[in-house]
Design a protein around this ligand. Structure first.
Ligand code: ATP
Ligand code: MG
Length: 430
């Protein structure tokens, strides 16, 4: 042995088969469902100028304050591995003049994100998000549209029990009024706050509401409520979103203490949580943001979006999810010789041309020299729906003997019929 064996960096992981099959099934569903709502895919770079996040996500956030992978490249530029994608989507919207397109512009993305966090269950340093952004929209109707997409997607994946938690963080004047009231309440009680929250008093006091600390929770229970400081416009906005959702039969729970970690949200914010995840229970976060596009050099633009944590989503994907149906995860047909086949002399197995013909008919195949019972073990491991045997007779007549693993029947068929029959295993999509 030469040198020590290496491992994936802390907080990152390899995704291996068969798990990657489930990831691919989820991604296929993203493309399908998001397109049903008119969303189109955007792919932004994994690297961005550091300033994008400093300005777009906010200096006072955990992300910018302590979670970014930032480095200086050989040209002396400060670059950052993207910790989230909304800022990048808005940067692209402005850069490509998308405000001149018919509005709203509906975009979605999926891909890895990077945050320097303490790794634990459901929390990684490289994780994956599935997100949608609606840019150039019209207030409550846009908020509702994005929530309908979110709920439709989660339902399609087989989630029945998830609840949307909904709140409003108000517009900028509401937040300024509330910030003052909250500080007036918390500052005299600063001694009762933990170190983290005391620091936030000076930077981002609203985020203190997010605290999971039981003692702070108690203190916060008696704090002034954001709902009492909303401007009439923000109050109307929230009422309109709720009325819409009620009329459409979308279930949600108003969670008055829900504030999101990023600075850019205005008015509607939401989260989806799962009871099956323990402490890191948020599957999705989102909300409306009115100031971000402008902050990044574009015109004032109403926008709303969400980001689903794909790693957590997959961890709690229900056992009965249609994406787990065996039809979506079949391995290749195993092609084996029955008895000794005549050698062609050049060392090429007579099975190889047969395997190639099956593949050209759309049937996934691997040749194997394995013999029963190893053959059956292999079929099970790979999720093969059937075995195909070729003996001297099959070879002479252009036939295949099929042994289907479900029914355990063996049938000998002309090649074309056999290929049709095998292909059907890969066509059925629940
Ligand atoms: P959390 O409260 O769990 O830290 P967050 O508010 O930082 O979440 P967002 O920035 O809103 O999360 O990202 C949206 C979703 O991305 C989260 O709901 C979660 O599912 C997922 N997510 C965020 N950070 C991580 C991570 N480090 N590892 C895995 N998933 C993550
Ligand atoms: Mg976080």
């Amino acid at each position: 042995m030469k040198g020590r064996a290496l491992r994936a960096p802390k907080g990152t992981r390899d995704l291996l088969p068969p798990a990657t099959g489930l990831w691919a099934a989820v991604e296929a569903e993203v493309h399908r469902i998001f397109a049903l709502y008119g969303y189109r895919e955007i792919r932004t770079p994994i690297l961005e100028e550091t300033e994008l996040f400093a300005r777009g996500v906010g200096e006072a956030t955990d992300i910018v304050g302590k979670e970014m992978y930032t480095f200086t490249d050989r040209g002396g530029r400060s670059l950052t591995l993207r910790p989230e994608s909304t800022a990048a989507v808005c940067r692209a919207y402005v850069e490509h003049g998308m405000q001149t397109l018919p509005q709203p512009v509906r975009l979605y993305y999926l891909g890895p994100q990077f945050r320097y966090e303490r790794p634990q269950r459901g929390r990684y340093r490289q994780f994956h998000q599935i997100g949608a952004e609606l840019l150039g929209g019209r207030g409550p109707a846009s908020d509702v549209e994005i929530l309908l997409l979110l709920v439709a997607f989660l339902r399609r994946l087989g989630f029945a029990e998830l609840t949307v938690l909904l709140n409003t963080v108000g517009d900028a004047p509401s937040r300024a009024a509330y910030r003052a009231a909250l500080l007036a309440y918390l500052e005299p009680r600063a001694a009762e706050l933990g170190e983290e929250s005391r620091r936030r008093l000076g930077t981002n006091p609203l985020r203190i509401l997010d605290s999971k600390d039981p003692a702070e929770q108690e203190l916060l229970a008696a704090a002034p409520r954001l709902a009492d400081h909303l401007t009439p416009a923000s109050r109307e906005h929230f009422a309109a979103v709720r009325a819409h959702l009620d009329r459409l039969g979308v279930a949600y729970r108003v969670e008055p203490r829900l504030v999101r970690g990023l600075d850019y949200y205005t008015n509607t914010v939401f989260e989806v949580v799962s009871g099956d995840l323990g402490a890191q229970n948020a599957i999705c976060g989102g909300g409306a943001y009115e100031g971000l596009v402008e902050e990044l050099g574009g015109p004032p633009t109403y926008a709303v979006g969400f980001a689903i944590g794909a790693d957590r989503l997959l961890e709690v994907l229900p056992a009965g999810s249609p994406l787990r149906a065996p039809g979506r995860h079949r391995g290749p047909v195993l092609l084996a010789a029955a008895g000794r086949l005549p050698e062609s002399g050049d060392g090429v197995s007579p099975l190889t041309p047969i395997a190639e013909r099956l593949r050209s008919e759309g049937v996934p195949v691997v040749e194997t020299g394995a013999r029963a019972p190893r053959l059956f073990q292999l079929a099970e491991q790979l999720g093969a729906p059937a075995l195909a045997f070729v003996g001297e007779e099959e070879l002479a007549r252009g036939e295949l003997s099929l042994r289907e693993l479900g029914s355990r029947e063996q049938t000998r068929l002309p090649f074309a019929e056999a290929a049709d029959r095998l292909r059907r295993y890969y066509e059925e999509q629940p």
